[in-house]
Design a protein around this ligand. Sequence first.
Ligand code: ADP
Ligand code: MG
Length: 630
Amino acid sequence: MPVINILSPHVADMIAAGEVVERPASVIKELVENAFDAGAKNITVEIKGGGATYIRVTDDGCGMSPEDAGIAFLRHATSKLRDEEGLERISTMGFRGEALAAISAVSKIELNTRRKGDVEGTRVVLEAGDIKDMLPWGCPEGTTMTVRDIFYNTPARLKFLKSDRSEASACQLAALRCALGHPEASVRFIRDGNEEFFSPGDGRQDSCVYALLGRDAAANMLLCTGENDGIKLSGYVSSPSAGRGNRREQYFFCNGRFIKSALLQAALEQAYKNSLLTGRYPSCVLYLDIGFSRVDVNVHPAKTEVKFTDEKKVFDTVYYAVLSALSGEKRTAQVELSPSTRKLAEPKADFYRSMSAAEFRANSFSVTPPKPAPKVPARQDSSRPSTQLKSPAPVYQTRMDLPFRPVSAGSDPKPLEKPEVFPPAGSRIVEKPVQNVEKSPIPDHKIVGEALKTYIIVEQGESLILIDKHAAHERMIFDRLKSQDRQIMAQSLLSPVTVRPDGGDAELLEQNGELLTELGFEIEPFGQDDFIVRAVPADMDAGDVPAAIEEICEKLRRGKGPDPREARDEILHTVACKAAIKAGWDNDLKELERIVQAVLSGQVKYCPHGRPVSVTLTRKELDKQFKRIV
Ligand code: ADP
Ligand code: MG
């Protein structure tokens, strides 16, 4: 018979640490949540490398007494819960008294803390959960927790950490989620001495979203509010034209806590059912405010999953609120900065770097009534650097800062040639100018016109043919690219585009460098976080590069492992889709003629995803519909 042992508290702590501390990002989440619970208004998170060697979280919260500082690291030491009844109404982020015990068990910690009004503070130094030093200490009011060398005493776990780049971006995401969930506190994130983001802490959801997700994301958000039997929902959802290739920009918060919820995700996506293309996902920042007794947060160690007592009501609240936001009744209130701040805010973080919280507040936001979506000519918006930019090339973060392209902007003329790139001399694959299609090899047809800026209407013999112009053009490009021998022709970009993928995507780009080169991308790491794209497949537009890279990473992630040819085809789909003319654009008749030729000749039947590119209505069918014949 095996003998049962009671584990020592130290081993028990190390096991608990595995549940709470999965990676440096989990430490950040726990420390920032403690700062919120301490009533902090200003929180600074600093990391070095990927965070495993150094994390420091500073807050201006209530601080701890010397006695509390000594016991805070013991298991089940918490000031937030006293008894069983308390579990029913948890209003703080923490309550189990587990996090500090778990973190300290696998790292080296320095805690400096001083309560408001106390003459001096306390310093506690710990290694692997043991207090090495504890003494009175002169320090500012609030708490500073420095965590070093995470997993130094558990080498097996250390081995599982990913590259510094991946870990750092997971840390950044953890801090960003905390910051988004608490617009009332200002959170600053500093990585290797550089400020990556800063939330103003003015209590407003709109300025928080603007500061953390960027101007372009904010500009495409619709205000979303709703209430149902005491369940309140507020926040923002993306307009249907700003759908994304993945769900990474879906942020749900329940009582200030970031949560992952299949229920909320389903409610959100159900509401978009008929307004988003398949394969595109909405983004959102939604805050659910629900009585503490109606939600159980005690079902997951990191508390990122919750259980609602009344799931149906929660689903309906979200579904109907999103539906009503989309119906246009509450078209946002676009967030606008005052002119002076706007100038500073141009695309990236210089603005946040150079402003203190007080300055930010001084340049306060103003809210303007809804405006119709601006008509941005597709060529100008992102492929050329804005004149206000100081850097020569625009910097987009594929994860957080991606410009959403106005798909339904109405009149986006997009000629098939690409004037802002250099097609290499003698290129085999640059499309022939459309003027060449003068003499039609298929004489027996007439383009009647175009319906809904999407379908070309063609009369041929006794039939009427409707052609989906985007699907057909996408197929033409896809077939041409596929028929090239291994190497797809690349074109150098006049101004290289810088993208900032998150850690996971960065690794994928590095690992698949060879495949990407073969497909015409010239892309390489650039500085600490960025990648520079110097060349793209000859069909692609510079403005489409950030979105394409994001989509490609998603495909590489999904297609991990299987046949590399499949990954190649998937990426060619992306290139073809980005290069093809889009529904909603105004196109020259000659451009349409080329597509019609390809379809009528039988060369193009299905889009690369297998959808038909044309629908035929015969005279007989029409006559039947009109009861001319029976
Ligand atoms: P929990 O948050 O579940 O109570 P933790 O292990 O995270 O457990 O923290 C233990 C206790 O230490 C908290 O209940 C709180 O009293 C104290 N504490 C932790 N961090 C801070 C902080 N930043 N400011 C003030 N008190 C803190
Ligand atoms: Mg805690």
